[in-house]
Design a protein around this ligand. Structure first.
Ligand SMILES: [Fe+2]
Length: 306
């Protein structure tokens, strides 16, 4: 397995001020100015969400963590052996992401993935402007995201072959009932216990991402974030609920760049030697009314799942 965790994500947006306010006053991240954008911290690392000032307004890239220079070289050899064309990250890109080294490439659905090595940290205590004690990161990575994948089979095979992801489980949505067309979501894990670090949604999404998930340490912190969302007038995208597959209790709200942020607690960790891949026919044990923000008539609303 090449990838140890989701290290960071990159957003491109002209709305730097809106991102700062959302991150600090609603999510509880700390925001730090960078030349050309913002670093948003969730822990002691220099940043987990990097917002690059741009005319574009979208989720831009997923940054995957490689543990050592040897693993990084092995990962590049694997890409070369598979004939996958990758690009060296520029010095400016590496500096913006606070990494030693980075290469990037696109999957068959056009999502940008970055392999990164060496993460800057001041090892000072994370300090949330609204008093969030901490986010669940460390070995589990910064969270998970759901990416659009109109070419879902090719994309899954690419991620398995190129990055060593494994399939955790599958959700098959049939908006017109049994026998009708199917819309799939593949939940995938890397080399840590988080149920999924990435999921693929069989469809297109203009913002480049269905949702990004961050996890806090207690249910009370989810409730407090919910209160801050209401106070700030941030749109709710899905009501509070608990997911069937990763057991996350969470709600969804809108980010300034058009994709959702899932704010959760209590995600289970998996021993992959004892896990059996399954198909789920339900998104949530209770709650998670996606019609609130994703549209009741749109089958795509299930894209927010887990
Ligand atoms: Fe999720």
């Amino acid at each position: 397995m090449t990838i140890s965790a989701l290290a960071y994500v990159v957003v491109r947006s002209p709305q730097i001020g809106a991102w700062r306010a959302f991150a600090e006053q609603v999510v509880g991240m700390s925001a730090h100015d960078l030349p050309g954008g913002l670093a948003l911290r969730l822990d002691e690392r220099a940043g987990r969400v990097f917002v690059e000032s741009s005319e574009e307004d979208r989720y831009f890239a997923s940054g995957w963590e490689v543990r050592s220079a040897q693993d990084f070289q092995a990962a590049l050899a694997r890409l070369q052996a598979l004939g996958i064309r990758y690009h060296q990250g520029s010095a400016a890109d590496c500096a913006f992401r606070h990494v030693f080294d980075m290469v990037w490439f696109l999957d068959p659905s056009g999502n940008r993935h970055e392999l990164a090595l060496g993460f800057v940290s001041a090892f000072d205590r994370f300090s949330s402007p609204v008093g969030v004690p901490g986010f669940v990161t460390g070995d589990l990575g910064m969270g998970h995201m759901v990416l659009p994948a109109p070419q879902i089979e090719d994309t899954r095979q690419f991620l398995e072959a190129a990055l060593g992801f494994g399939l955790s489980d599958v959700l098959i949505h049939r908006p017109f009932g049994k026998g009708g067309p199917e819309q799939r979501i593949y939940f995938m894990h890397c080399a840590n216990g988080r149920h999924h670090s990435l999921a693929l949604f069989e469809g297109t999404v203009p913002s480049g991402c269905v949702h990004l998930m961050v996890e806090v340490e207690t249910m009370d912190e989810v409730g407090r974030a919910y209160d801050r969302m209401l106070a700030a007038g941030v749109p709710l995208m899905a009501t509070l609920g608990r997911h069937t597959n990763d057991h996350m209790t969470s709600f969804y709200m809108a980010t300034p760049s058009g994709f959702a942020l899932e704010y959760g607690y209590g995600g289970r960790t998996i021993d992959w030697d004892r896990h059996t891949v399954f198909e789920s026919t339900s998104v949530s044990l209770w709650g998670h009314d996606f019609s609130v923000g994703f549209g009741a008539a749109e089958p795509d609303h299930l894209a927010a799942a887990a």
